[in-house]
Design a protein around this ligand. Sequence first.
Ligand code: ADP
Length: 404
Amino acid sequence: MSDIRVLKSAGDQGKSISEDANKHIENSETLFCRAIENAGGVPFQLIFGQRMGEGYFTKMGAGIKQLSGVAPEEFTEQLFQSMIEEVVPLSDDIPADLLEARKKLISGELKSYKAEILLRAPGGEKRWILDSSLPLRDESRGKVVGEFGILFDINERKQILGNLEKARMQAEESDRLKAAFLRNLPHEIRTPLNTIVGFSTLISEQENDPQRQQEFIEIITRNADYLLEIMTDVVEVSDIEAGAVKVSKDEINLNQLLERIWNRFIIKASGKNISLSYVAPAEDDQVNIITDRFKLSQILNNLVGNAVKFTREGKVEFGYSIKGDMIEFYVADTGPGISSEYHERIFSNFYQVENGSTRRYEGTGLGLPISKAYVELLGGEIWFTSQPGEGSVFYFTLPYEVVD
Ligand code: ADP
């Protein structure tokens, strides 16, 4: 602080400010501290103790209360150390280990210290700060006896950067999944097409065996359905991405819709030893509702389809209950369940928990994202609960709008 200069005005040229006038001006140290605090920093000065945590702050700006939740007079070095969760040094020569960094400051190897520090306040709230400090020398002994510097609140900046990074990673993953899907698409399409073409040729050779003919027809129908599903999913997802999806208002009977879904999947479920059932608790005349018929059917088709597809044996049950002005649907299965690490991602386009060579199931990875987009377009929410080995329950809500 020895080189702080008081500038003279033009009129005073050649004449120093009188000692008297100088006395009335605030102490320069106080002035600088105020300037730092005004700029959002928290100035501090720490005298080191024998060991880490045994030092004491000789100065601590009032802003520390906002940074750490602790008042300046209660803020000790020990408390500070106990709050530190993570240290990210801002240059290669600064050790992340605090004791190492201190040794380097004392030995003179480190001329300044700069690190981002994650603090956990006594109340549990976490906050990123920037510690920018310099060694404090005792000139008479020529020794470093402490440090002084400024703490800054960088929480908001860190959060923005974190969100940007997350968005970048999501965009990268989405590109990667899309590319993998496109690479795989010819194969996904060719397999059912080849089956359809092959069995269509063979069917004419089975004129004398109606049972075999029936079997072939079923294979052809199944593959044609699958092909149609892939194409519909691709068209739907590109419409959703282009914002070109319109919501129509149809009158439908919910109980009848559930029965149709049950009819659609019962043969597949029985073939896998799955008991498929649905629960329609309201009277028919209570559930003549207004919603988008196609979208609601697609959502239920996707969820019940997944439940039947991923469950090897056991039970799949779906249904609804009326909760005030919303209808809550559920689809529960006794399948493999979904580990929590995948919970956030399975609603992303093309995402499949099992992919590549380990994959045993058909699918495009578009069913859930399409369902989510449709539920939200219709004014509801979608979520699920699932644990590996304990099955899954998918839920979604829709407004309960009854036909007059
Ligand atoms: P697809 O079924 O075509 O693979 P979805 O978007 O419908 O795509 O589902 C994404 C992924 O979520 C599936 O590949 C699967 O890994 C997981 N998943 C969805 N539903 C279930 C379920 N009921 N049980 C277990 N895993 C599921």
